[in-house]
Each structure stands twice: as C-alpha cells, then as structure tokens.
Design a protein around this ligand. Structure first.
Ligand SMILES: Cc1cc2nc3c(=O)[nH]c(=O)nc-3n(C[C@H](O)[C@H](O)[C@H](O)COP(=O)(O)OP(=O)(O)OC[C@H]3O[C@@H](n4cnc5c(N)ncnc54)[C@H](O)[C@@H]3O)c2cc1C
Length: 398
C-alpha cells in the first residue's frame, strides 16, 4: 500500500475537486446525492469508494472548508447508520438512511446508563412488547447531542429471563416520541449540553423499529462501538479530529518554540506517535473497504489515540504561555481548514480528559486487549451466565 496521499494531479482527486468547485456551498442533501456522505458504502448510499478514494474525499472536504457529514452527524454516518445495511430491513433503510445521510435527521446514541456505562450488558432500561409496539421505561446518560437529535439508537432489555448479554435488543427510535424527556448536562468545556440525560416513561416504539431480531442488541452494539473506536484511530488531537502532531510541530517550528530542548523532545515523541496513528488509520480504512468488520484493533487504536491527543493538547497549551489560557487566542499557527469538533486548543484542553472515558475507558479497552489479544484470564463476572432477573442488578421487570 502507498502510504502517501494520492497526488494533486490524480484524476480521481481532480474529479472530486471539480465537483466542489462547481458546488462551492453544497447542502448536505447535495453531498449525499453525490454519494460523498458515506462514500465507502455501496450505491445507492455511497459510491463504493476504496481506501485511496476515501482519503481523497476527506482531503478535498478539508480543502473546500466543508465539515464532513461524518463530523456533523457522526452517529448516523459513522457509527450506527451502517448497521442498517447489515441488520436493517429494506423499509428501515429507505425510511431512515436518506434523511440521515443528508444530515436532515441528526442521530444520537442511547447506550450508557447511570448504573454504569462500561457494563453495557448490565443495562436496566426495558422494552416490553405489547402488540405492535414496545413500551420503553428507564434512563440513559452521557448521550452526546441527544437534545438536538431526531433519531436515537437505543439499546434496551427485552428479556430478563436469559443471561444479561442475550436479553438485549436495539431500536431506532423517534426522539420526539411522547414520554421522552431530555435534560442537558453542562461540562467543563463550557459547551452547553455536550451530553444529556434521557428519561423514558412508557414510550411507545413501533415494533418495526427493532433492528435485527430480539436478542441481537449486544452484537450490533459491539460492532458499532468498534466502528466508532476505529474512526477515532487517527492522529488528530480530539478523538482523531483536529490538528495532527505534524501540524503542531510545524506550529512549534514557525514560532521558534521548538528550540527549547524539552519541547523538542516532547514534540519528537508526539510526531512519532502521530505517524503510527496515521499508518494504523490507513490500515483500518483498508480493512473497512475490504469488508473486514471492525475488530479488536479499534480498541488498540483508541487506547493510543486518546492519550496521544491529551499529550498534544497539553504541549500546545503549555507552549503558548498565558495566551494558552485564553479562548480563541491561539498563538500557534495552524493551517486554515475545517477540523470538525476541534475549534481551538483551549476547547481541546478542557475536553481532553473525556477522551479516555467515552467510547470505552482505558481500563475496559486494556481488559479486552488483555483477554482477546494476549489470551490472559478473563475478568471474572459471575453474573454473565445467570438469568438477568436472578442477578442483584435488575430493577427492570421486563
Ligand atoms: C465525551 C463523551 C461522550 C459520550 N457519548 C456517549 C453517547 O453519545 N452515548 C452513550 O450512551 N454514552 C456516551 N458516553 C458515555 C460513555 O460511554 C461512558 O462514560 C463510558 O462507557 C464509561 O462509563 P461510566 O462513565 O458509567 O463509567 P463506569 O462504567 O461507572 O466506570 C467508572 C470507572 O471504573 C472503571 N471500571 C469499570 N468497570 C471496570 C472493570 N471491569 N475493570 C476495570 N475498571 C473498570 C472504568 O474504567 C472507570 O474508570 C460518553 C462519554 C464521554 C466522556
């Protein structure tokens, strides 16, 4: 595999660039119709782009200064929408995917609960089948963008009488359904409602919004989390988005800060980590294009990418002196391009502690790698084989 970006005069790049030049301010609907929202998906949703084409498209979005649909509506375009291709019905795909890819419907992920986000298998929100509906009761927490979402990807317990991982099902729900209450949580970035709490009180979900079959929820959710982790395996400072170590180092060179030996030492280490992540992300992309499902390498990549982003952000903040304490006053020059959720180093700094928690904490990722890659003994979980209603955890009476 060639590890460099396809050249400027590559005909595929020229073709994409011409489209952005002819459509300088495209709507997300136009982007979706051109097949660029989820370009690696097969037609009619995407254009079946291979790894190189995906790199070209990503570069050309950045060059055109347009936020990619995968950054604007990540749960739909990146993490969960693709599950509908594998697990969904044709009716679900036709109804839900066009507005998702056009970013007309924003999606959120409703997985974590107050009893603990790491143990998804132990969740307590219940969905009880009544005729042609499910009735949902329970609570979720830490749900990004739930306050502005139209669609929620919900995992809930449909069967209490089987071991905890077997009784889970996934639903694609309408967030405006009666009985749903969303409350924003303010975090230390100052961003209002980065996360939310979502309460369900006798919410009626049509049975045709069940994804796959009852009991498939655990497998579908694990696939989605691995896909999400893979998408974070990139050299950007905030969960793979934002400036790379290469760009940070260039800024340190331009401002002369690299002349300080300790800064130079840290910068070199970050540069090397950034290159490893860049190569890993290319491998992930290649696997994805070749139809290989997201696997354990998503854990390894995220385990590296999150602390890497934290170290980058810390160095960027420190080397700016007092200016680093002021929002919107970055003194390290960065290329003028669209960085997704990264706005400035100040935001990145305050957000950075969250990156080693969300989408799997470091401890959980390490446990999984220890068990599944290194073959170490499994974490003991006596409740894993017991019917859920015989464990101490359940409150739900499904
Ligand atoms: C930025 C961000 C965005 C998020 N977005 C979403 C979202 O959109 N939707 C959603 O559903 N959730 C979301 N979350 C929640 C996230 O998935 C959970 O925070 C995460 O799974 C950890 O769960 P918890 O916070 O309940 O911690 P807990 O599971 O309570 O864990 C607490 C601590 O105990 C440790 N621990 C737990 N179990 C073990 C074990 N078996 N072995 C060793 N250590 C263990 C953990 O590593 C952690 O340090 C988001 C979180 C963040 C930070």
């Amino acid at each position: 595999m060639d590890f460099n970006f396809p050249a400027e005069d590559d005909p595929r790049r020229q073709d994409v660039r011409r489209w952005f030049e002819a459509n300088p301010s495209p709507t997300y609907k136009q982007i979706a119709q051109r097949g660029f929202s989820a370009a690696n998906w097969p037609a009619p949703w995407g254009i079946g782009a291979d790894a190189e084409m995906m790199l070209i498209i990503e570069e050309e979005f950045a060059r055109a200064g347009i936020r990619q649909p995968s950054a604007f509506n990540p749960i739909a375009v990146n993490q969960c929408g693709q599950s509908l291709l594998t697990w969904g019905t044709e009716a679900q795909r036709q109804e839900l995917l066009p507005p998702a890819l056009a970013c007309e419907h924003k999606w959120c992920m409703l997985f974590s609960e107050p009893s603990g986000g790491s143990d998804v298998g132990g969740l307590r929100t219940q969905a009880r089948r009544v005729g042609d509906h499910y009735i949902v009761n329970g609570q979720k927490i830490w749900n990004s963008s739930a306050d502005e979402a139209d669609i929620g990807v919900l995992i809930a317990r449909t069967d209490n009488s089987v071991p905890k991982h077997q009784g889970l099902s996934q639903f694609i729900i309408d967030m405006k359904s009666p009985g749903i209450t969303v409350r924003g949580i303010e975090d230390m970035t100052g961003e209002e409602h980065e996360y939310c709490e979502v309460f369900f009180e006798d919410v009626r979900v049509p049975a045709d919004r069940l994804l796959g079959k009852e009991g498939d929820g655990w497998r579908i959710t694990m696939e989605q989390l691995q896909t999400e982790r893979q998408s974070m395996t990139k050299p950007g400072a905030v969960w793979g988005a934002g400036p790379t170590a290469r760009e940070l180092v260039n800024g340190l060179i331009q401002t002369g800060k690299i002349r300080q030996p300790l800064v130079r030492d840290e910068a070199a280490r970050l540069y090397i980590e950034g290159e490893l992540l860049r190569l890993l992300s290319l491998r992930n992309l290649s696997n994805k294009i070749n139809g290989k499902p997201a696997g354990i390498e998503g854990n390894i990549g995220k385990m590296m990418a999150s602390p890497h982003g934290q170290r980058m952000t810390d160095l960027a903040k420190r080397t700016q002196g007092v200016a680093g304490m002021v929002k919107d006053k970055d003194v390290l020059p960065l290329p003028a391009k669209e960085y997704g959720r990264f706005t400035d180093w100040d935001y990145a700094y305050w957000f950075s502690p969250a990156t080693t928690l969300g989408v799997g904490t470091q401890e959980i990722l390490k446990n999984t790698v220890a068990e599944r890659v290194l073959g170490l003994p499994r974490d003991s979980d006596p409740s894993a084989r017991m019917p859920f209603n015989q464990t101490t955890a359940p409150r739900a009476a499904a």
